[in-house]
Design a binder for this molecule. Structure first.
Ligand code: NAD
Length: 437
């Protein structure tokens, strides 16, 4: 059996990170920078090749950082899963999307757990980091892992510790975000806490796997519901002639009991539009409805349609129809300053605008062209911005408020601007051209 105490004290733990995406790679960086040896595992050979040659696969992790940990010998990536045998801890960061019927799609968790079970060693620590419903680690993973003949909590250690990565957020990194940890047993949890303690500033032990899983879901339901509330208030206040952004700024001056959430063109990303429905699915097994989640989902899902209606109205006031109009969508990423388009409302906006007969282009400094996704295939390339080019559109629709954009310049050159992010708040000239949506 491994002597975890000694291994951790001597810094001799070898960490395996399985799934080298938006969550896995920052985790690799933290453990490797803390001086531990890290092996990254992925099924995507292209990613493996890029990482081993010192190139990053995520915009906000620079190539130099990957090069540094590769050159120092602290990190290597592989698709050879047999090498899972050689690591002490395996941290799983694979996707947890929804199926067509909006139910948890556990195929990546199941397949990676099966792979781990095949190579599982006595004394290893296995931690699931992917966001999921309460019960996943004990009900779904444990039986698969125990096909190895080893028992969780006795022969190997099993824990759940949700990732709280916030891509593009310059105020926090994986290292500075506290990590909630639950284990099959107290010992499993404590070993996991001790390991994470090497790489992050604070660990937060909780009493069970389920408490840790539910904590992550609570965080995301909280955001989803509050965003839906401000989205609804945006529509109500707009009807009353009140600017929701001004109201939120004013309310934010209250020093207690108020956290600001902001409206937008709809929810995006891998987390907020998806994770709450993991709980909805699980709650159904207990005969329980999740009314807040369902209602929030309804409101947030309607947002792109609301934006399109506002765009139609704005054009109508200028005696134009959306059908036949030229629309430039600014920002394809689901939030500012990142290159991730998963679930991005911009994509739905483009599809809805096209359905109405608009001729749509987009610009996004982070996304030169679109790629085929599970449900979408726009086949578009980012158009280069110029004063003349902007002036050629009937409407410029700001969907993502990237910092690179010069909003004064955009408004100065556009005929009409529909702003879904209050990105033009500081623009002084040409305000009559701006419609908030
Ligand atoms: N992206 C975020 O901001 C974020 C934040 C917090 C939590 N999460 C959660 O973290 C998890 C991972 O999300 P992500 O954004 O990093 O996903 P991602 O798609 O960026 O990366 C997942 C990686 O896993 C790999 N993979 C898939 N199946 C595999 C298998 N069987 N074996 C090995 N590798 C496999 C994929 O090739 C991919 O490289 C999800 O549960 C997500 O909800 C994401």
């Amino acid at each position: 059996m491994k002597n975890w105490h000694r291994m951790l004290n001597e810094g001799k733990v070898k960490v395996g990170v399985l799934g080298l995406g938006y969550v896995g790679l920052p985790l690799v960086r933290e453990f490797a920078s803390a001086g531990l040896r890290v092996v990254g595992f992925d099924v995507d050979d292209k990613k493996i090749r890029m990482l081993n040659s010192g190139r990053s696969i995520i915009k906000h992790i620079p190539h130099s950082q990957v090069r540094e940990i590769v050159n120092s010998g602290h990190f290597e990536a592989t698709s050879n899963m047999a090498r899972l045998k050689s690591v002490d801890a395996i941290l799983i960061c694979v996707p947890t999307p929804l199926t067509e019927n909006r139910e948890p799609d556990m195929q990546y968790v199941v397949s990676s757990t099966k792979t781990i079970a095949k190579y599982l060693q006595k004394g290893q620590l296995v931690v699931l980091e992917s966001t999921t419903y309460p019960g996943t680690t004990s009900e779904l993973m444990t039986p698969i892992l125990e096909t190895s003949g080893f028992k969780a909590g006795r022969d190997f250690h099993l824990a759940y510790s949700p990732e709280r990565e916030d891509p593009g957020n310059k105020n926090f990194t994986t290292k500075t975000i506290p990590k909630v940890v639950g284990g099959t047993t107290k010992k499993c949890r404590d070993i996991a806490c001790a390991l994470y303690g090497k790489a992050v500033v604070q660990t937060v032990p909780v009493s069970s796997l389920e408490a840790a899983e539910a904590a992550k879901i609570l965080e995301n339901v909280y955001r989803c519901v509050n965003i839906a509330m401000v989205n609804e208030l945006k529509i109500v206040f707009d009807r009353m002639g009140i600017d929701v952004w001004e109201v939120i700024a004013a309310a934010s001056t209250k020093p207690f009991g108020f956290n600001a959430f902001y409206p937008g063109p709809g929810l995006g990303g891998h987390c907020i539009p998806i994770d709450p429905f993991y709980l909805t699915w699980k709650a159904r097994q207990f005969g329980m409805p999740t009314r807040f989640i369902e209602l929030a989902g309804e409101i947030n899902t309607e947002m792109p349609r609301y934006v399109v209606t506002r765009t139609m109205d704005a054009l109508n006031e200028r005696k134009k129809s959306l059908n036949g109009s030229k629309v430039l969508v600014l920002g394809l990423a689901y939030k500012k300053d990142i290159d991730d388009v998963r679930e991005s409302p911009s994509i739905e906006l483009i599809e809805l605008l096209r359905e109405k007969g608009a001729r749509v282009d987009y610009n996004d400094p982070h996304i030169p062209r679109t790629h085929k996704q599970r449900h979408h295939d726009l086949q578009m390339r980012s158009k280069k911005l110029s004063a003349r080019m902007i002036a050629g559109y009937d409407v410029v629709l700001i969907s993502t408020d990237h910092s690179e954009y010069d909003y004064d310049w955009i408004v100065a050159n556009a005929e009409l601007v529909v702003d879904t992010r209050n990105a033009t708040a500081c623009v002084r000239k040409g305000r009559r051209k701006i419609v908030k949506a």
